[in-house]
Design a protein around this ligand. Structure first.
Ligand code: SAM
Length: 300
C-alpha cells in the first residue's frame, strides 16, 4: 500500500483502516489517518486531538469535530481574515475570539498596518497542541504584536471597553460546549459595542447543509444587532469540513459593503505578494453570490 500524497510505501502498522469521522445525526465525513492519534488531552473544556492524515497532513480536532488541517486550513483562514481586511484597509487593532491554532493571527499579521492583536482562546490545550504539532499555523503566536489571553471570550467582550477594535474575528468551534455562547445574542451585542464606528466583524457561521439551524439562526441574530443591510453571508469550499460548504458572516458597524467597497487591484496585489492559496479578488467577490437555495434559506 502506498501513501497517495507521497507515493511512499506505508508501514504495515499504518495500513489498517483507521478513520476519523466528523458527524451529525444524518451526515458524516471520514478522513483516513496513519494510526494512533499523536496528541490527546481531555482538557477542562473539551477533548483535543491531533491525527496524522494521509491527504491533509496533521489535523486538529475538538470534541470529534475537525478544526483545521495543515493542507486545507488556508481556505478557512484566508477567507475569515482577508475578506474584512481588504475591504476596510484601516484596521490597526484586532480582537480574535477562539482561533487557538494560530492560523487567523498568522493571516492578520500579513497586513503591515496592524498595530496590535488580542486573541482570547479558552483552551490552553489547543494552543499547546498547535505549538507542538502545527508549527505552520502556530508560529504567529510568538509575534510581539500579539497579546494571547487564555480565557473565555464571552467574559472578555462583556468587560471590554466600548469602541476599541477595528476588527473582531470570531474564530469559534461549532456551537457546543464552551462555544455555545459564541452563537448568542448577548455575546454579539457586546461584540457590536466593542467595535469602533466603521469597524467590521467576521465570524465563522457554520454550514448551510451540515448545520442549517445554527447557520440560519446566527445570521438572523447578527441582522438584529448590526441591521439587515450590514450583514453579508459568504461561502468557501473547505473539503475537511462536512459537506465542504462553509459559511462566514461579514458585519459592518456602519455602511461598508464587502463587495462594493473592495479595491480589487489592491486585493489582487496583496494576494500575489503573499502567495495566498485560496483568496484572490475574484473569489472575494464570488463568495458573496449565494446559491439560490441558500439565499432563500436566509432571506426567503
Ligand atoms: N476553524 C475552526 C472551525 O470552524 O472548526 C475553528 C478553530 S479554533 C481552534 C476554535 C477555538 O475556539 C477552539 O480552540 C476553542 O477552544 C475556542 N473556543 C471555544 N469556545 C470559546 C470561548 N468561549 N472563548 C474563547 N475561545 C473559545
Amino acid at each position: 500500500l502506498r501513501d497517495t500524497a507521497t507515493q511512499k510505501l506505508i508501514s504495515p502498522r499504518y495500513s489498517r483502516n483507521v478513520w476519523f469521522t466528523d458527524r451529525n445525526e444524518n451526515i458524516a465525513l471520514s478522513i483516513r489517518h496513519k494510526g494512533d492519534r499523536i496528541f490527546y488531552e481531555k482538557s477542562p473544556y473539551q477533548s483535543v486531538e491531533i491525527f496524522d492524515t494521509f491527504e491533509y497532513g496533521k489535523m486538529l480536532t475538538v470534541d470529534k469535530m475537525v478544526m483545521c488541517s495543515e493542507k486545507d486550513e488556508k481556505a478557512y483562514h484566508e477567507m475569515i481574515i482577508h475578506v474584512p481586511m481588504l475591504v476596510q484597509p484601516d484596521i490597526r487593532n484586532v480582537l480574535v475570539i477562539g482561533g487557538g491554532d494560530g492560523g487567523s493571527v498568522r493571516e492578520i499579521l500579513k497586513h503591515e498596518q496592524v498595530e496590535s492583536v488580542t486573541m482570547v482562546e479558552i483552551d490552553e490545550a489547543v494552543v499547546r497542541a498547535s505549538r507542538e504539532y502545527l508549527p505552520t499555523l502556530s508560529a504567529a503566536l510568538d509575534d510581539p504584536k500579539l497579546e494571547l489571553i487564555i480565557g473565555d471570550g464571552i467574559d472578555f467582550v462583556r468587560q471590554a471597553p466600548d469602541e476599541t477594535y477595528d476588527l473582531i474575528v470570531v474564530d469559534s468551534s461549532d456551537p457546543v460546549g464552551p462555544s455555545e455562547g459564541l452563537f448568542s445574542q448577548a455575546f454579539y451585542q457586546d461584540v457590536y459595542r466593542c467595535l469602533r464606528p466603521g469597524g467590521v466583524m467576521t465570524a465563522q457561521s457554520e454550514s448551510p447543509r451540515f448545520n442549517q439551524r445554527a447557520f440560519v439562526e446566527l445570521n438572523h441574530c447578527l441582522k438584529d444587532i448590526f441591521g439587515v443591510a450590514s450583514v453579508h453571508c459568504y461561502l468557501a469550499f473547505i473539503p475537511t469540513y462536512p459537506t465542504g460548504m462553509w459559511g462566514f458572516s461579514f458585519c459592518a458597524k456602519g455602511d461598508r459593503h464587502p463587495v462594493q467597497d473592495l479595491e480589487s487591484d489592491r486585493a489582487a496585489q496583496f494576494a500575489t505578494a503573499h502567495n495566498l492559496q485560496y483568496y484572490n479578488a475574484g473569489i472575494h467577490q464570488a463568495a458573496f453570490c449565494l446559491p439560490t437555495a441558500i439565499d432563500q434559506m436566509l432571506n426567503g
